[in-house]
Design a protein around this ligand. Structure first.
Ligand code: PCA
Length: 327
């Protein structure tokens, strides 16, 4: 009996080992934003499609909301191979190179159409930069246009002096500075807490993040500025990527392109809906106009001049390319 048992376990072990040779590549995919957010939902769809199309060979598990790695840890985790794939806000890495903030130049690309045009030029530059860092860029999806949240009415930047402001990138901290506000960097996942405890009383973002974080519990006013449409991007550790078969790489590339197109359409379709939700929950949603708009445009001009002056030839190429299409 004992012999039979060990024979069975030997067979089972051999079978398992052989089976395991072809077992699915299991990839954890950390993402920074809420599970209910459309970026995270697109990540799940991407993972499902990859699993189906690779016949189960690549099995990606999405971990939204900074649950596996916090937003500001994700890129490092993928670079060091702690996670093979991840998603992050591109402009959050502006401190590494201004190029990462190429989608956050105020008033440069303020519609979905322009965001796509800009991405056409920014994407190859980013692909190159990320490749140097041991990463492979798969897809990037824009957030809805950025506006300003406050807990009071604002008619010009005279009203914003000394306000505590939550930033998410170099560009957003610079806006705060130019508006006389006090920036503090906070992840979206910790935004509600920062507002509840008074660490921040204002921020710049899309209607999406205001909705995800139920900011009407703390703030009262949203000003539509349409300043820019920042992108989240999905990237893979290059060593993990190089281990995949050519066929699976092609499949993933194809699904990434479809996810980018579908996610961008989803972002656009939801952009107005988010604002109606802010209003339905009691916020005063309005377009920034008059002196406030004039002040913001002046700040935007200062910031785009600064960016172009400092981002070097690579940055200039992106902006020139985009502008050439606008003519
Ligand atoms: N939401 C993200 C980045 C841009 C956006 O719309 C955030 O506020 O963190």
């Amino acid at each position: 009996m004992r012999k039979l048992f060990s024979l069975i376990s030997a067979i089972a072990f051999t079978f398992f080992s052989i089976f395991n040779l072809n077992a699915a590549e299991k990839w954890d995919m950390p993402m920074a934003y809420a599970a209910s957010n459309f970026h995270s939902q697109m990540g799940v769809k991407f993972a499902e499609a990859v699993k189906v199309a690779t016949g189960g060979e690549i099995d990606i598990t999405v971990h939204p909301g900074g649950s596996l790695f916090k937003g500001d840890e994700i890129k490092k985790a993928v670079q060091t191979g702690q996670a093979p794939i991840g998603e992050r806000l591109l402009s959050a890495h502006e401190n590494e190179s201004l190029l990462f903030g190429g989608d956050s130049i105020p008033f440069l690309a303020t519609s979905y159409e322009d965001s796509d045009k800009l991405w056409k030029y920014l994407r190859p530059a980013m692909e190159k930069k990320l490749e140097e860092q041991g990463l492979v860029l798969l897809y990037g999806i824009p957030w809805p246009a950025q506006g300003l949240y406050f807990k009071k009415e604002v008619n010009s930047i005279a009203d914003t002096k000394g306000v505590k402001f939550r930033s998410y990138s170099g560009a957003t901290a610079r806006i705060a500075e130019l508006m006389g506000m006090l920036p503090v960097q906070v992840e979206a996942a910790e935004l509600s807490q920062a507002l509840a405890t008074g660490v921040a009383e204002s921020f710049v973002s899309s209607g999406a993040t205001g909705y995800d974080r139920k900011v009407w519990e703390h703030l009262t006013h949203f000003y539509e500025v349409n300043a820019w449409l920042p992108r989240n991007y999905v990237f893979v550790n290059k060593k993990a990527w190089d281990k995949l078969s050519k066929q699976n790489q092609n499949i993933i590339r194809g699904i990434a392109a479809m996810t980018e197109a579908a996610g961008t359409a989803r972002s656009e379709a939801l952009s107005g809906w988010y604002l109606t939700q802010l209003a339905a929950n009691g916020m005063k949603v309005q377009v920034a106009k008059g002196q406030f708009r004039t002040d913001l445009e002046k700040i935007g001009k200062t910031m785009s001049d600064e960016w172009i002056a400092k981002a070097g030839p690579e940055g200039k190429k992106v902006v020139d390319g985009f502008r050439s299409e606008k003519k």
